[in-house]
Ligand binder design. Structure first.
Ligand SMILES: NC(=O)c1ccc[n+]([C@@H]2O[C@H](COP(=O)([O-])OP(=O)(O)OC[C@H]3O[C@@H](n4cnc5c(N)ncnc54)[C@H](O)[C@@H]3O)[C@@H](O)[C@H]2O)c1
Length: 356
């Protein structure tokens, strides 16, 4: 009863999906049955590297490969039609963050999953980082006391919007692309509160001057029910010489405790081939070779994707969605994060405090 999985979107991050499923396939935990991507170049490269059959169209892949599940790693503003196609064809779905860049789009996904009794899981992989999980446990068992306020930052080097995906960066933002992670993480650590008020500012200077018309930074203050306060700084204009592609961390203060996690610097630095020294985060993605000569993919970036496959296996063996409830980032979590992100953009654009 091995589950059959296909991925839609095989670009930079979709490749992690393919790596995860090729590893799970070797372990008998899934069949990596297909990749759908309109780019001929991506299809050719991924077919050669992962031995996967490729399609230019998602619906055709689902139909021809008799898929149980689809994972979606298309650009931020291009998740919705793919997710709906997959759910309506009866597949379980794993979607990259942000789930969608509109509240209505997220609702349509949640409704379609519910109507078809299908799993809809969002790739909020910061939940799978053990450094973060232990803070959640400290909150849950009372060691931090009542959470009062927190702060997170997530910042990319400028190469990400300007060189990796300049074509769709104008239809995303550092808040959509990066802040979505930290909003989910903070809510998950603190028991899933709802946001009630948002104020945000932002700037559009460096990237728009380079012809990539998007926010450089978005900086927000979010009030959750009960007065819990969260400050969030996002940007994607760190200079080329910065020590890592991403800089990130989170802190949380409660009535009886404090936790501070540098989510980027895990104490690993490398300097290869005369390039400048880099602070790498092996907690997220560590690629090496196992003693048998097979690629080994380790880290919370992979664990989150593998968790989806495990959940689909569980369902295929007769498990129920009800018994998985609360154990994975679900559509409602994705919807709440998008609701807050829409308020952040509205506040930055209007200068108003947005009440939710
Ligand atoms: N979880 C994370 O930490 C993380 C990190 C990076 C990116 N992402 C997310 O992954 C998604 C993809 O980002 P990326 O950096 O890989 O982008 P990318 O531009 O490198 O890749 C996107 C791919 O999707 C393909 N595509 C476009 N429309 C499609 C469609 N309708 N059907 C199938 N394929 C389609 C494109 O041809 C391209 O190959 C984004 O939502 C991004 O936010 C997540």
């Amino acid at each position: 009863m091995t589950i059959r999985i296909g991925t839609a979107g095989g670009g930079t991050f979709g490749e992690l999906h393919l790596q995860t499923f090729s590893l799970l396939q070797r372990q008998g935990r899934c069949v990596l049955a297909g990749l759908a991507d309109p780019s001929e170049e991506i299809r050719g490269n991924r077919a050669e590297k992962y031995g996967v059959r490729t399609y230019s169209d998602v619906a055709e892949m689902i139909d021809r490969e008799k898929l149980d599940a689809v994972t979606v790693a298309t650009p931020d503003p291009a998740h919705l039609p793919v997710v709906l196609t997959a759910l309506e064809a009866g597949c379980h779905v794993f979607v990259e963050k942000p789930m969608d860049v509109t509240v209505e789009g997220c609702r349509a996904m949640v409704d379609a999953a519910r109507a078809g009794n299908r799993l809809l899981q969002v790739d909020f992989h910061k939940r799978f980082d053990p450094f973060h999980a232990q803070v959640r446990e400290a909150v849950a068992d009372g060691r931090i006391g009542e959470p009062l306020y927190g702060y997170a930052w997530m910042e990319d080097r400028i190469e990400v919007p300007s060189k990796w995906f300049p074509g769709w960066a104008p239809r995303s933002s550092p808040a959509w692309f990066l802040g979505s992670h930290m909003l989910d993480l903070f809510r998950w650590m603190t028991g899933g509160p709802r946001a009630v008020r948002v104020f945000a500012t932002g700037a559009r200077k460096r990237l728009s001057a380079m012809g990539v018309d998007t926010w450089d930074c978005l900086n927000a203050k979010i009030e959750f029910e009960g007065g819990l306060s969260f400050a969030l700084d996002t940007s994607w204009v760190l200079p080329d010489g910065f020590e890592a592609v991403v800089n990130q961390g989170i802190r949380l203060v409660g009535t009886e405790g404090i936790a501070e996690i540098d989510s980027q610097d895990r104490g690993a630095a490398v300097c290869y081939g005369g390039a400048t020294q880099q602070t790498i985060n092996p907690g997220f993605q560590f690629v090496s070779t196992d003693p048998h000569g097979n690629p080994r993919y380790v880290g919370y970036g992979y664990d989150s994707i593998a968790d989806f496959a495990d959940n689909v296996n569980f369902l295929k063996e007769g498990g129920t969605l009800d018994s998985l409830a609360g154990r994975y980032p679900d559509g409602e979590d994705g919807l709440e994060v998008t609701r807050i992100l829409c308020a952040i953009h509205e506040s930055a654009e209007t200068g108003n405090v947005v009440t939710l």
